[in-house]
Design a protein around this ligand. Sequence first.
Ligand code: RP5
Length: 182
Amino acid sequence: PDAPTPPDRCHARIEGHGADEAPEVAVIMGSASDWETMRHACRTLERFGVAYSKQVISAHRTPELMAKFAHEARRAGIKVIIAGAGGAAHLPGMVAAQTTLPVIGVPVQSHALSGWDSLLSIVQMPGGIPVATTAIGNSGATNAALLAVSILGLTDAALADQLQDYRDSLKEKVAQSNAQLI
Ligand code: RP5
């Protein structure tokens, strides 16, 4: 499929992409500069046919928009939130503070500290407000989407089957790479 298009810089509505259905996953990011990383999450959701929305929402620059999004997400039918941010990466934690939906945080690789700052900001949540934190960068964005698929698969057997097929394809790739070593 075509590469997902970048999100608008800022808009408050939760709009779907890639499917006619209402979005089940919301992909949000602190800046348009996070898109190069977060597009991997969107691409993976598209691969599984999961309807999602995407938005730039900054914890620091648009705190009111962040609160509005967090408060409205469940009512809008969102089941999982994927939040990517870099540097002083408060977005995943601050969204998690304002909704009981599962929040998966993606640490975006920063220029100054290679993403250590993002990782530690996202992963070190105080007890009581969890954020499921993935690896830094593109792999983390991909895995965030796979984790969302896994969560949705709890109540969607067809999606769970698709995830198993994907895992089988990874196994097959390893077998093929071993065959090439001969
Ligand atoms: C964070 O600050 C964003 O998530 C981004 O990773 C970082 C830098 O943002 P820009 O200055 O590129 O907009 O809020």
